[in-house]
Ligand binder design. Structure first.
Ligand code: B1M
Length: 213
Protein backbone atom coordinates (compact mmCIF):
# COMPACT_ATOMS: atom_id res chain seq x y z
CA UNK A 1 0.00 0.00 0.00
CA UNK A 2 1.13 3.57 -0.66
CA UNK A 3 3.27 5.09 2.08
CA UNK A 4 1.14 8.23 2.14
CA UNK A 5 -1.94 6.15 3.00
CA UNK A 6 -0.07 4.71 5.99
CA UNK A 7 0.84 8.28 7.01
CA UNK A 8 -2.84 9.28 6.77
CA UNK A 9 -3.92 6.28 8.86
CA UNK A 10 -1.23 7.14 11.43
CA UNK A 11 -2.37 10.79 11.51
CA UNK A 12 -5.92 9.61 12.32
CA UNK A 13 -4.68 7.25 15.03
CA UNK A 14 -2.49 9.96 16.56
CA UNK A 15 -5.17 12.66 16.19
CA UNK A 16 -2.79 14.83 14.18
CA UNK A 17 -5.21 17.54 13.00
CA UNK A 18 -2.39 19.82 11.78
CA UNK A 19 -0.88 17.52 9.18
CA UNK A 20 -3.83 15.51 7.89
CA UNK A 21 -5.05 18.21 5.48
CA UNK A 22 -1.66 18.48 3.78
CA UNK A 23 -1.27 14.69 3.69
CA UNK A 24 -4.68 14.40 2.02
CA UNK A 25 -3.73 17.01 -0.60
CA UNK A 26 -0.42 15.21 -1.22
CA UNK A 27 -2.20 11.88 -1.66
CA UNK A 28 -4.55 13.43 -4.21
CA UNK A 29 -1.58 15.04 -6.00
CA UNK A 30 0.06 11.59 -6.16
CA UNK A 31 -2.97 10.41 -8.10
CA UNK A 32 -4.76 8.47 -5.39
CA UNK A 33 -8.54 8.67 -5.59
CA UNK A 34 -10.73 10.06 -2.81
CA UNK A 35 -12.18 6.56 -2.38
CA UNK A 36 -8.71 5.03 -1.90
CA UNK A 37 -7.82 7.68 0.67
CA UNK A 38 -11.12 7.11 2.48
CA UNK A 39 -10.92 3.30 2.50
CA UNK A 40 -7.21 2.68 2.94
CA UNK A 41 -6.17 5.76 4.90
CA UNK A 42 -8.97 7.23 7.01
CA UNK A 43 -11.09 4.11 7.55
CA UNK A 44 -8.04 1.99 8.14
CA UNK A 45 -6.94 4.46 10.86
CA UNK A 46 -10.43 4.63 12.41
CA UNK A 47 -10.77 0.83 12.37
CA UNK A 48 -7.60 0.61 14.43
CA UNK A 49 -8.96 3.28 16.80
CA UNK A 50 -12.18 1.27 17.15
CA UNK A 51 -10.29 -1.90 18.05
CA UNK A 52 -8.09 -0.09 20.58
CA UNK A 53 -11.13 1.67 22.10
CA UNK A 54 -12.96 -1.62 22.45
CA UNK A 55 -9.90 -3.13 24.12
CA UNK A 56 -9.70 -0.23 26.59
CA UNK A 57 -6.33 0.85 25.15
CA UNK A 58 -7.68 4.20 23.87
CA UNK A 59 -10.05 6.53 25.70
CA UNK A 60 -12.89 8.90 24.79
CA UNK A 61 -10.81 12.11 24.39
CA UNK A 62 -8.33 10.34 22.10
CA UNK A 63 -11.11 8.79 20.02
CA UNK A 64 -12.82 12.18 19.67
CA UNK A 65 -9.54 13.73 18.50
CA UNK A 66 -9.05 10.93 15.95
CA UNK A 67 -12.59 11.47 14.69
CA UNK A 68 -12.01 15.23 14.41
CA UNK A 69 -8.79 14.55 12.50
CA UNK A 70 -10.69 12.31 10.11
CA UNK A 71 -13.21 15.12 9.61
CA UNK A 72 -10.50 17.56 8.45
CA UNK A 73 -9.63 15.12 5.65
CA UNK A 74 -13.27 14.26 4.94
CA UNK A 75 -14.00 17.96 4.34
CA UNK A 76 -11.49 17.84 1.47
CA UNK A 77 -12.69 14.47 0.14
CA UNK A 78 -16.46 14.90 0.39
CA UNK A 79 -16.94 17.05 -2.74
CA UNK A 80 -14.73 14.65 -4.71
CA UNK A 81 -16.64 11.61 -3.47
CA UNK A 82 -19.92 13.30 -4.37
CA UNK A 83 -18.57 14.13 -7.87
CA UNK A 84 -17.58 10.54 -8.56
CA UNK A 85 -20.84 9.26 -7.11
CA UNK A 86 -19.03 6.90 -4.76
CA UNK A 87 -21.52 5.14 -2.52
CA UNK A 88 -21.17 4.91 1.25
CA UNK A 89 -21.86 1.61 3.03
CA UNK A 90 -25.21 2.83 4.35
CA UNK A 91 -27.13 5.72 5.88
CA UNK A 92 -27.49 6.31 9.61
CA UNK A 93 -29.94 8.79 11.12
CA UNK A 94 -28.94 9.67 14.65
CA UNK A 95 -30.39 11.64 17.55
CA UNK A 96 -30.67 11.97 21.31
CA UNK A 97 -34.29 11.45 22.30
CA UNK A 98 -36.73 14.04 23.63
CA UNK A 99 -35.89 15.59 26.99
CA UNK A 100 -32.25 14.51 26.87
CA UNK A 101 -29.41 16.96 26.25
CA UNK A 102 -26.45 14.56 26.41
CA UNK A 103 -24.59 14.22 23.13
CA UNK A 104 -20.95 13.28 23.70
CA UNK A 105 -21.52 9.53 23.33
CA UNK A 106 -23.94 10.01 20.42
CA UNK A 107 -21.40 12.20 18.63
CA UNK A 108 -18.78 9.54 19.12
CA UNK A 109 -21.10 6.91 17.65
CA UNK A 110 -21.80 9.22 14.68
CA UNK A 111 -18.16 10.00 14.03
CA UNK A 112 -17.05 6.39 14.28
CA UNK A 113 -19.85 5.24 11.99
CA UNK A 114 -18.77 7.96 9.55
CA UNK A 115 -15.24 6.58 9.85
CA UNK A 116 -16.62 3.16 8.96
CA UNK A 117 -18.13 4.53 5.74
CA UNK A 118 -21.67 5.49 6.76
CA UNK A 119 -23.37 8.66 5.62
CA UNK A 120 -24.56 10.08 8.93
CA UNK A 121 -27.30 12.62 9.52
CA UNK A 122 -27.21 13.75 13.12
CA UNK A 123 -30.42 15.48 14.25
CA UNK A 124 -28.84 16.57 17.53
CA UNK A 125 -30.32 16.51 21.03
CA UNK A 126 -33.82 16.63 22.55
CA UNK A 127 -35.43 15.22 19.40
CA UNK A 128 -39.20 14.80 19.30
CA UNK A 129 -40.53 11.64 17.60
CA UNK A 130 -42.18 13.63 14.74
CA UNK A 131 -38.78 15.10 13.88
CA UNK A 132 -37.37 11.57 13.53
CA UNK A 133 -40.32 10.63 11.30
CA UNK A 134 -39.82 13.63 8.98
CA UNK A 135 -36.10 12.89 8.79
CA UNK A 136 -36.70 9.20 7.98
CA UNK A 137 -38.95 10.24 5.09
CA UNK A 138 -36.49 12.81 3.80
CA UNK A 139 -33.10 11.12 4.42
CA UNK A 140 -34.26 7.50 3.87
CA UNK A 141 -31.76 5.94 6.29
CA UNK A 142 -31.00 2.22 6.60
CA UNK A 143 -30.64 2.65 10.35
CA UNK A 144 -32.10 4.98 12.98
CA UNK A 145 -29.87 5.36 16.04
CA UNK A 146 -31.35 6.61 19.31
CA UNK A 147 -29.30 7.73 22.29
CA UNK A 148 -30.39 8.44 25.88
CA UNK A 149 -28.35 9.03 29.01
CA UNK A 150 -31.09 9.52 31.58
CA UNK A 151 -33.33 6.87 33.07
CA UNK A 152 -36.11 9.45 32.76
CA UNK A 153 -35.66 9.82 28.98
CA UNK A 154 -35.24 6.13 28.06
CA UNK A 155 -39.01 6.00 27.56
CA UNK A 156 -38.49 8.46 24.70
CA UNK A 157 -36.88 5.61 22.76
CA UNK A 158 -40.03 3.50 23.07
CA UNK A 159 -42.13 6.55 22.11
CA UNK A 160 -39.97 7.13 19.04
CA UNK A 161 -40.23 3.51 17.89
CA UNK A 162 -43.99 3.59 18.43
CA UNK A 163 -44.25 6.84 16.46
CA UNK A 164 -42.22 5.33 13.61
CA UNK A 165 -44.65 2.39 13.58
CA UNK A 166 -47.72 4.66 13.64
CA UNK A 167 -46.29 6.69 10.76
CA UNK A 168 -45.76 3.50 8.72
CA UNK A 169 -41.99 3.98 8.37
CA UNK A 170 -40.76 1.50 11.00
CA UNK A 171 -40.42 -1.51 8.68
CA UNK A 172 -38.06 0.29 6.33
CA UNK A 173 -35.37 0.91 8.96
CA UNK A 174 -33.39 -0.90 11.64
CA UNK A 175 -33.49 0.86 15.01
CA UNK A 176 -30.43 0.69 17.24
CA UNK A 177 -30.26 2.18 20.70
CA UNK A 178 -27.56 3.00 23.23
CA UNK A 179 -26.55 5.15 26.16
CA UNK A 180 -25.37 4.51 29.71
CA UNK A 181 -28.70 3.34 31.26
CA UNK A 182 -29.76 1.32 28.20
CA UNK A 183 -29.49 -2.49 28.14
CA UNK A 184 -30.10 -5.32 25.69
CA UNK A 185 -33.08 -6.31 27.81
CA UNK A 186 -34.56 -2.82 27.42
CA UNK A 187 -33.91 -2.93 23.66
CA UNK A 188 -35.80 -6.24 23.43
CA UNK A 189 -38.60 -4.86 25.57
CA UNK A 190 -39.25 -1.82 23.35
CA UNK A 191 -38.78 -3.66 20.05
CA UNK A 192 -35.49 -2.11 18.96
CA UNK A 193 -33.50 -4.14 16.44
CA UNK A 194 -30.25 -3.81 18.32
CA UNK A 195 -28.36 -2.38 21.28
CA UNK A 196 -24.73 -1.31 21.50
CA UNK A 197 -22.93 -0.58 24.75
CA UNK A 198 -20.29 1.64 23.17
CA UNK A 199 -19.38 3.39 19.91
CA UNK A 200 -17.19 0.58 18.58
CA UNK A 201 -19.98 -1.95 19.20
CA UNK A 202 -22.42 0.44 17.49
CA UNK A 203 -20.20 0.45 14.38
CA UNK A 204 -20.16 -3.37 14.30
CA UNK A 205 -23.92 -3.52 14.78
CA UNK A 206 -24.62 -0.91 12.11
CA UNK A 207 -22.29 -2.66 9.66
CA UNK A 208 -23.99 -6.01 10.32
CA UNK A 209 -27.35 -4.45 9.38
CA UNK A 210 -26.12 -3.29 5.98
CA UNK A 211 -24.09 -6.41 5.26
CA UNK A 212 -20.77 -4.56 5.48
CA UNK A 213 -18.95 -6.74 8.00
CO1 B1M B 1 -25.61 14.47 32.89
N1 B1M B 1 -26.17 12.88 33.87
N2 B1M B 1 -27.21 15.41 33.50
N3 B1M B 1 -24.84 16.00 32.02
N4 B1M B 1 -24.01 13.48 32.75
C1 B1M B 1 -25.34 11.70 33.73
C2 B1M B 1 -25.84 10.84 32.57
C3 B1M B 1 -25.55 11.00 35.14
C4 B1M B 1 -25.33 9.47 35.13
C5 B1M B 1 -24.62 11.71 36.16
C6 B1M B 1 -24.83 11.14 37.57
O1 B1M B 1 -25.74 11.54 38.25
N5 B1M B 1 -24.00 10.25 38.00
C7 B1M B 1 -27.01 11.43 35.50
C8 B1M B 1 -28.10 10.48 35.02
C9 B1M B 1 -28.71 9.70 36.14
C10 B1M B 1 -29.78 8.82 35.64
O2 B1M B 1 -30.64 9.20 34.90
N6 B1M B 1 -29.73 7.60 36.08
C11 B1M B 1 -27.07 12.79 34.85
C12 B1M B 1 -27.98 13.81 35.20
C13 B1M B 1 -28.88 13.50 36.40
C14 B1M B 1 -28.06 15.04 34.52
C15 B1M B 1 -28.99 16.21 34.82
C16 B1M B 1 -30.44 15.85 35.17
C17 B1M B 1 -28.31 17.02 35.93
C18 B1M B 1 -29.14 18.17 36.45
O3 B1M B 1 -29.36 19.11 35.74
N7 B1M B 1 -29.60 17.99 37.66
C19 B1M B 1 -28.92 17.01 33.51
C20 B1M B 1 -29.97 16.55 32.51
C21 B1M B 1 -30.02 17.42 31.30
C22 B1M B 1 -30.87 16.77 30.25
O4 B1M B 1 -30.38 15.94 29.49
N8 B1M B 1 -32.14 17.12 30.21
C23 B1M B 1 -27.57 16.66 33.03
C24 B1M B 1 -26.77 17.49 32.27
C25 B1M B 1 -25.49 17.22 31.84
C26 B1M B 1 -24.60 18.20 31.15
C27 B1M B 1 -25.34 19.12 30.17
C28 B1M B 1 -23.92 19.04 32.20
C29 B1M B 1 -23.52 17.25 30.51
C30 B1M B 1 -23.86 16.84 29.07
C31 B1M B 1 -23.00 17.56 28.05
C32 B1M B 1 -23.17 16.95 26.69
O5 B1M B 1 -23.48 15.80 26.49
N9 B1M B 1 -22.93 17.82 25.71
C33 B1M B 1 -23.64 16.01 31.38
C34 B1M B 1 -22.66 15.00 31.45
C35 B1M B 1 -21.35 15.27 30.73
C36 B1M B 1 -22.86 13.79 32.15
C37 B1M B 1 -21.86 12.67 32.44
C38 B1M B 1 -20.92 13.22 33.52
C39 B1M B 1 -21.03 12.17 31.29
C40 B1M B 1 -21.82 11.69 30.08
C41 B1M B 1 -20.86 11.46 28.94
O6 B1M B 1 -20.75 12.28 28.06
N10 B1M B 1 -20.10 10.33 28.99
C42 B1M B 1 -22.80 11.52 32.97
C43 B1M B 1 -22.16 10.66 34.04
C44 B1M B 1 -21.43 9.50 33.44
O7 B1M B 1 -21.86 8.91 32.46
N11 B1M B 1 -20.34 9.17 34.04
C45 B1M B 1 -24.06 12.24 33.28
C46 B1M B 1 -19.06 10.02 28.00
C47 B1M B 1 -19.72 9.35 26.78
C48 B1M B 1 -18.65 8.99 25.74
O8 B1M B 1 -20.32 8.15 27.22
O9 B1M B 1 -22.62 9.07 26.80
O10 B1M B 1 -22.29 6.83 27.94
P1 B1M B 1 -21.86 7.83 26.95
O11 B1M B 1 -21.84 7.15 25.51
C49 B1M B 1 -21.24 5.88 25.28
C50 B1M B 1 -22.22 4.72 25.41
O12 B1M B 1 -23.26 4.95 26.32
C51 B1M B 1 -22.66 4.45 24.03
O13 B1M B 1 -21.52 4.77 23.26
C52 B1M B 1 -20.87 5.91 23.82
C53 B1M B 1 -19.40 5.83 23.52
O14 B1M B 1 -18.83 4.63 23.93
N12 B1M B 1 -23.77 5.17 23.41
C54 B1M B 1 -24.40 4.62 22.34
C55 B1M B 1 -24.30 6.37 23.64
N13 B1M B 1 -25.26 6.63 22.78
C56 B1M B 1 -25.34 5.57 21.95
C57 B1M B 1 -26.17 5.31 20.86
C58 B1M B 1 -26.01 4.09 20.20
C59 B1M B 1 -25.08 3.17 20.60
C60 B1M B 1 -24.25 3.41 21.68
O15 B1M B 1 -26.74 3.75 19.13
C61 B1M B 1 -27.50 4.72 18.49
Amino acid sequence: MSEILDDIADAVIEGDKNDIGQLTEEALAEGLTAQEILNNGLMSGMNYVGVEFKAGAMFVPEVLRSAQTMHVSMDILKPLLAETGVGMVGKLLLGTVKGDLHDIGKNLVGMMCEGAGFEVKDLGINIDPPVFIDAVREFEPDIVGLSALLTTTMGGMADTIEALEDAGVRDGVKVIIGGAPVTQEFADQIGADGYASNAAAAVDLAKSFVGAM
